[in-house]
Design a protein around this ligand. Structure first.
Ligand SMILES: [Zn+2]
Length: 111
């Protein structure tokens, strides 16, 4: 299951940046084109964080909308899915500008 490995990575990143302190809040950006299901990450988070500095932390997920630029007509438009055609000219040569990444945006630690 993809989200389980991903959530383990998220927890590991948080631990590396926590300076040895317990983590109280984790904010994660999930791009709508990433193929990652936010609910699944929420589901995995408790299991993955058990026994780590992240155990008991709140998880806040920020969805990031997809956006692409057409390489033929330069039109920029929202992308609901990867491989959607350009809304202006119908070209499939779309450069994805945002919405593919998953990243830890911030963490809060207990002082
Ligand atoms: Zn176009």
């Amino acid at each position: 299951m993809h989200e389980m490995a991903l959530t383990q990575d998220i927890v590991a990143i948080c631990e590396r940046n926590a300076g040895g302190q317990p983590v109280s809040l984790v904010v994660v950006e999930i791009g709508k084109l990433s193929g990652v299901v936010p609910e699944a990450v929420v589901f995995c988070f408790e299991a993955c964080s058990a026994g780590t500095l992240v155990a008991g932390a709140r998880l806040h997920i920020l969805p990031v909308a997809g956006k692409g630029r057409c390489l033929d007509c330069r039109h920029e438009s929202p992308l609901e899915r990867l491989f959607d055609p350009c809304r202006s000219c119908g070209s499939f040569r779309i450069q994805v500008l945002s919405g593919q990444a998953v990243r830890v945006r911030e963490i809060e630690v207990v002082d």
